[in-house]
Design a protein around this ligand. Sequence first.
Ligand SMILES: [Zn+2]
Length: 183
Amino acid sequence: MHSTYKDKLDRRAGACLECAKEFAGGDTIVSAVFRAEGQEEFVRRDLCSACFEAAEAEPFSVWRGTHPPPVEDQHRVDFDLALRFLAKLVEEPEEGREGLVYVLALLLSRKRRIKVLETRRTAGGETLVVSVPGDEEDAVVETEAPTITPEAVDRVQAQLAELFGFEPPPAAETATPDSPAEA
Ligand SMILES: [Zn+2]
């Protein structure tokens, strides 16, 4: 039932997406999130160091790990990369990303990776005040429940599932296209 989703998880751990070289024990794997061209979404690419250094596109956020991941971690959420991504979204706020910031903050707080300082009921719904760990210091972020459609929330959740391994929304299991998103 989860095969499409699981295939993605398995594929990204095994080999460099650029040169297809299989990762060997001890290899550095660079997990980078790039802006996808021509759309507002992001794509994740797991690359060997050489291919990452040679990449022309500027990554939005980056995490370096070592192959293989510990056995118990193989199907985990990539919290380190997700946290960096959130920190970057917060550093460079952009219109239209409110939903992404809110849903990611909510998911990370549920997994106890970021601290909720306050939850406020506001006219528009709910506002979360969270502490996001940064490279140098933590950032306090206020994010308001976005006034977007449930479909848009699902889309954001599906994107976060694909990028970082969060639980996909129930509908995404069948709706996720199985085409490579790299461009
Ligand atoms: Zn490579």
